[in-house]
Design a protein. Structure first.
Length: 60
């Protein structure tokens, strides 16, 4: 069975490393889901953007 690789700090490319630094600055660690998404930094960027959008919302 294939598995999706989690990107470690050492294996992260420049773009993923910068995103990891930003994530670590906000929440103190990089969750595993974000490490998986970092296989394609554009996906991780989109996830972070969605999280920012949803974080500012309210329920009526």
């Amino acid at each position: 069975m294939s598995r999706i690789t989690q990107i470690s700090d050492a294996a992260a490319g420049a773009e993923a490393a910068a995103l990891f630094t930003a994530i670590r600055g906000k929440i103190g660690m990089v969750p595993n889901l974000y490490r998986v998404a970092a296989n394609q930094p554009a996906v991780l960027t989109a996830m972070l953007g969605l999280n920012e959008t949803l974080a500012g919302g309210t329920f009526d």
